[in-house]
Design a protein around this ligand. Structure first.
Ligand SMILES: [Zn+2]
Length: 438
């Protein structure tokens, strides 16, 4: 069994508080923890590792954190629909008809794809989350599981189902699997259901994951049904807080931005999904200026259709620049911070993951820079590694992924399960569920 791993001779992007970058850097891992970080010469001297990974011409950086994630089963079969129609004609019928083993293979597919593009933590809201948790446990990804809960009449999951997921999965696999209480969204919630969410989360000592203010249609429904906008409603019901990830937050009033700040509620910005579904653009500059923690998410592969967080990072930078006609917005360092530090803070895991620092969990990715699209690589004063990582790199450039101190992918090969089998089983699962709903 491997206990210590040295990754050396790479450009080390720590994403620590000082944002240190070592042009010839290394990370030493002992069991599940980072035990040394710094110049290759210094780190290599400390202990004799069981495994050495040579990161020459590669970047060593923290694994990416996908703050709003749904396992999904049917990519590419429902494109071009507005959010409401898409949910009613595809997303909910599929979720209502999904069998546990189909959810398992869908989760195997998305988690494997996430690992291959450098995501080490997924904040996943879906159905049959015990099955999804088994997939996360086997593949080796860090996952936070919440159910797609709504009113019982919607035939999705209930708060009781979610409590069972917390009971069975929370803290499993050396703490790598966690659980939260999930809320689908306000339009299919009753006041009574929403009023229970905070109590159930607190009683189970877990956080919350909710969609808020994603589309204009949602705002209208919320105002009509409850007389309030979604964030206002969530505030009144004490759902908001530092332990509540609010996904999307595209359409926010100045009051709602203040409520998010006042309650310390982190937001997941999901630019690919918002753009593809025609939902608008989240006011990220205003949220950051107000002091709200903003992380990044892909949402799901039916409304994105990729879960490559490198693509999400690029979109999160360029979208706002185009929209505001301002090339200074959201520079690479800030974007990388959103995909690492802020994602960790959003999940209240900032003491464990989100940067490469001594004592933290060893969630580390190695990105191959010896690529045409990442050339030229300039060192010294004009060091362009951060620009490359945000604007030019693809998920496919990730070469090695270590999660919780275990090598999950090496030389682009996932070591924990057969990719071919995942492709076969996930395809069959999708065909079966589509046949049942059509
Ligand atoms: Zn979502």
């Amino acid at each position: 069994m491997t206990n210590s791993i040295l990754i050396s001779n790479g450009i080390l992007v720590t994403m620590d508080q000082q944002r240190r970058i070592f042009e010839d850097g290394a990370v030493m891992i002992q069991d599940d923890k980072i035990v040394s970080v710094g110049r290759s010469d210094d780190v290599s001297k400390k202990i004799k590792p069981d495994v050495i990974i040579d990161a020459k011409n590669k970047a060593i950086m923290p694994g990416l954190i996908d703050l709003h994630y749904h396992t999904a089963i049917a990519r590419g079969v429902s494109d071009g629909l507005p959010l409401g129609t898409y949910l009613e004609t595809f997303w909910y019928p599929k979720l209502q008809n999904l069998k546990p083993d189909e959810a398992y293979w869908a989760a195997m597919l998305t988690y494997a794809e996430a690992i291959k593009s450098g995501t080490t933590t997924a904040n996943d809201m879906y159905r049959h989350m015990i099955e999804c948790g088994k997939a996360a446990e086997l593949l080796g990804i860090r996952a936070v599981l919440s159910c797609d809960c709504a009113d019982a009449s919607e035939k999705l999951d209930t708060l009781k189902d979610n409590e069972e997921v917390v009971r069975v999965m929370h803290g499993k696999a050396n703490g790598r699997i966690q659980a939260r209480i999930g809320v689908e969204w306000v339009p299919i919630s009753s006041y009574e259901f929403l009023a229970q969410v905070r109590e159930v989360a607190n009683r189970n000592k877990v956080g919350i994951h909710i969609h808020l203010n994603e589309s204009l249609g949602e705002l209208e429904m919320s105002k009509k049904k409850f007389g309030k906008r979604p964030v206002e409603l969530a505030y009144d019901l004490s759902i908001l807080g530092p332990d509540c990830v609010a996904a999307h937050c595209v359409w926010l009033s100045p009051l709602e931005i203040r409520l998010l700040k006042e309650t310390g509620t982190p937001v997941s910005h999901d630019p690919g999904s918002n753009a593809k579904l025609g939902n608008g653009i989240c006011p990220v500059p205003e949220l950051l200026a107000a002091g709200v923690t903003v992380g990044l998410g892909h949402d799901d592969t039916e409304c994105n259709n990729t879960l490559d967080m490198f693509e999400t990072m690029k979109m999160a930078s360029v979208l706002h620049r185009a929209h505001r006609v301002d090339s200074t917005l959201l520079p690479p360092e800030q974007i990388l911070g959103m995909a690492t530090n802020n994602g960790a803070k959003g999940l209240q895991m900032e003491k464990e993951v989100g940067s490469l620092e001594v004592g933290k969990k060893a969630d580390v990715i190695v990105v191959d820079l010896h690529k045409l699209r990442l050339t030229p690589l300039i060192y010294g004063k004009q060091l362009n590694i951060l620009s490359h990582l945000v604007y030019a790199a693809h998920g496919d450039d990730v070469d090695t992924v270590i999660i919780d101190g275990k090598i999950i992918m090496e030389n682009r090969v996932i070591k924990t399960f057969s990719e071919d089998e995942i492709i076969d089983k996930a395809t069959s699962a999708c065909r079966d569920v589509l046949a049942r709903i059509s």
